[in-house]
Design a binder for this molecule. Structure first.
Ligand SMILES: [Zn+2]
Length: 381
């Protein structure tokens, strides 16, 4: 076959591949958790927290990219009505209800005139403070740790011209359940905060101060850590057997219904969105959520395109130190790539892959340095 007949075929294949790599229409749903200058009180801070200046930079970047934040409930209503959504729409989410969302995230969002959805877990709300904070107070360094109180959640959710958060539920206790008889380890003084769900599951009522004690407050050191999954995503294993489908259904329904009732009582509104803790759910749990009146829930694997199920919200976590080291420049490229990739331009995935590779290498190097330091110390001792 002459070479020239192959060229048009190659060009055709490249054209088709390029079309596949640049499918437009995705609506990025960007998710943050803690926004703090020092979130070291959170055992998972390294993965989930960003500094206020990082959030500020990311929101400025969205504006430079031509993106506009839309309220998620409004977005879902449009999708359900098959109404068009403006190009470059983004959705902003903040999970878990950390107090630093008031101290740092709210003023930054207000400055950028952007609106976000805040997902709170009922049993993590802090008691109302004796001297209530006002929205203008943003300078108490002692108050950065911990969780929002209902008074603060109400103030953030209250409809006003500069409202920045629409508050929606993130479950009752954010916990996990054992899913089998196998143990994956034992609780120690060092690891119990990484497995905090075991404490949360055993603590009755409010858990806002679970992280304060040195020793585990509810389940003692030495207890076996069972294999587990997010509580609403799987049937629980107890007394040698798994929950039946009917028992699992009843448990999930009760939690979704309690969130509805408590939101009506505390915020005077029925929630319309539900954020599955740990981004895990099941098709049965999604069905129950729809029956309980939720318009949409999280943990999707798509891109929020027209044509996808409007009852499913797909999200991506955004953080910092994305290549395993502190660099505002690298993080800005990673953030840009995350947004463009979600919108449908898969070429940007190369940047995300490169950052992921660098992060993995840095993690290995750090672990090796740590091991060699331990060996040296043991040798000296
Ligand atoms: Zn969460």
């Amino acid at each position: 076959m002459p070479a020239w007949t192959g060229l048009p075929a190659l060009a055709g294949w490249l054209w088709i591949a390029d079309g596949w790599m640049r499918r437009r229409g995705g609506v990025p749903c960007l998710t943050w958790h803690s926004v703090s200058a020092d979130a070291s009180w959170l055992p998972w801070a390294a993965e989930t927290s960003v500094r206020p200046e990082t959030l500020d930079r990311q929101l400025s970047q969205l504006q430079r990219m031509g993106c506009t934040a839309m309220d998620t409930a409004e977005f879902i209503r449009r999708r359900r009505a098959c109404l068009p959504v403006p190009a470059e729409t983004v959705l902003l989410h903040f999970d878990d209800g950390y107090l630093d969302n008031w101290v740092a995230a709210a003023p930054i969002l207000r400055r950028h005139r952007m609106r976000a959805t805040l997902f709170v877990s009922l049993e993590f709300a802090a008691p109302d403070r004796p001297a209530p904070l006002t929205l203008e107070d943003t300078s108490w360094p002692d108050f950065w740790d911990g969780y929002l109180s209902w008074g603060e959640i109400r103030a953030l959710d209250r409809d006003s011209p500069d409202k920045v958060f629409d508050v929606q539920p993130h479950g009752v206790d954010h916990t996990r359940v054992p899913v089998g008889p196998r143990a994956v380890g034992r609780l120690t003084r060092e690891n119990w905060k990484q497995h905090a769900w075991m404490q949360w599951a055993a603590m009755r009522g409010s858990k806002h101060s679970w992280y304060l004690p040195e020793a585990p407050p509810a389940v003692p050191e030495g207890t076996a850590i069972p294999e587990s999954d997010a509580a609403l995503a799987a049937p629980a294993f107890a007394d040698g057997q798994l929950e039946t489908r009917a028992e699992y259904t009843a448990r999930v329904r009760a939690e979704l219904a309690r969130c509805r009732t408590e939101f009506k009582a505390r915020l005077g509104k029925a929630p319309v969105l539900f954020c599955w803790p740990q981004n895990r759910t099941s098709s049965l749990a999604r069905r129950i959520a729809a029956e309980e009146g939720y318009l949409a829930t999280t943990a999707g694997q798509g891109c929020n395109r027209a044509g996808e199920d409007p009852a499913v919200i797909s999200r991506v976590h955004v953080g910092e130190n994305t290549a395993g080291f502190a660099s505002a420049w690298v993080d800005a490229w990673h953030f840009h790539a995350t947004v463009r990739c979600f919108q449908g331009n898969a070429y940007w995935y190369l940047v995300i892959l490169a950052a992921g590779f660098s992060k993995a290498v840095h993690k290995r190097l750090r672990a090796r340095r740590h091991r060699s330091r331990q060996r040296q110390e043991a040798h000296r001792a």
